[in-house]
Design a protein around this ligand. Structure first.
Ligand code: MLT
Ligand code: MN
Ligand code: ZN
Length: 309
């Protein structure tokens, strides 16, 4: 199974259009130690011919152009993209669907909750049901994703609910502290190559790592994990905003409640931070924070990074 990181940054990308924080300034100036990154997405394939997108970012058009494996095929119109799967309904994970609107069949997988969010928004009707079948994923029930023609992709997928948050544009503060989130709002995905047996987890948004979740990840060969911020109050500290990472449904990397500490001792063979916010100092290759995550055995994803499992 091949995995390509299409986009490694969080919503906004790196640099973000309206941000002049240190990292964004360095990335914009062409600093080789502050490599630009597009927004959150992976592509996965068992046969190198038919690909499953994990999330569809607003940068999808540029990501496809930058990725030869995803270039158009056939005499006139055609694509190696057979299906797309959404881990939540966040803007940075769904708006790329609109880039795929040119009468091209592909299958669209999401939980019933996220399918409901798409169905309630008429702009997504541009993806006609006869071209783009929408298939609901049940939590905790492994399935084999297939292209629009029903031909299996040689993968097994399991999605399960993890701590997270409802999409920003659906937040309802009147409901209380959880803002109206339901368990299907944020899922982790585990993908296995049905022939080769290799597998990995993808969790670009995760608010905490309770014991049951740590146990599920224990000994995994490869995990892509939420690397949105270094500290919980990073937006305030960098003068870029007021929300904490927790308030945005993300778990910071550092500190006693951070992901570095939570993964310590889990025996995950390859740990990769992804969905990195532009304020995160681990994006800067000469930072002390970058050295610290690397010393703990983590890799920091960049666009175009490839994996074979
Ligand atoms: C997030 O990951 O917190 C969201 O993508 C934020 C957003 O909707 O911009
Ligand atoms: Mn996001
Ligand atoms: Zn910035």
């Amino acid at each position: 199974m091949q995995i390509i990181v299409l986009g490694s940054a969080a919503g906004g990308g790196f640099p973000q259009w309206n941000c002049n924080c240190e990292g964004c300034r360095r990335a914009r100036s062409g600093d080789p130690l502050a490599r630009p990154r597009t927004q959150s997405s992976l592509a996965v394939s068992a046969d190198g011919r038919r690909w499953l997108l994990l999330n569809a970012s607003p940068d999808l058009r540029a990501q496809i152009l930058a990725t030869p494996a995803l270039h158009a095929v056939g005499e006139r119109r055609g694509t190696p993209i057979s299906a797309a799967l959404l881990t939540n309904a966040d803007i940075d994970h769904v708006t790329g669907l609109l880039t795929l609107r040119e009468s091209q069949p592909f299958a669209l997988y999401a939980t019933a909750r996220v399918q409901g969010v798409l169905a309630a928004n008429s702009v997504f009707q541009v993806l006609k049901p006869e071209m783009v079948p929408r298939r609901a994923m049940a939590l905790g029930t492994p399935f084999q994703p297939a292209g629009p023609d029903g031909e299996g992709l040689g993968l097994e997928v399991e999605v399960f609910a993890i701590p997270g948050k409802v999409a920003l544009y659906l937040e309802d503060e009147s409901i209380g502290l959880n803002l109206g989130a339901v368990s299907e709002d944020t899922v982790a995905v585990r993908i296995t190559d049905t022939a080769g047996g290799g597998s990995f987890f993808y969790m670009p948004g995760c608010a905490s790592l309770p014991g049951w979740l740590a146990d599920r990840l224990r000994g995994a060969p490869l995990v892509f994990f939420d690397g949105t911020t270094w500290v919980d109050d990073e937006m305030a500290r960098t003068g870029t905003g007021v929300k904490t990472a927790q308030r945005m449904g993300h778990m910071a990397i550092s500190g006693p409640d951070g992901s570095l500490a939570a993964f310590d001792g889990l025996g995950v063979a390859r740990k990769v931070y992804i969905h990195l916010n532009n304020t995160n100092p681990v994006l800067l290759e000469d930072s002390a924070e970058r050295r610290q995550v690397e010393a703990a055995g983590w890799e920091v994803a960049h666009d175009g990074m490839e994996f074979s499992v």
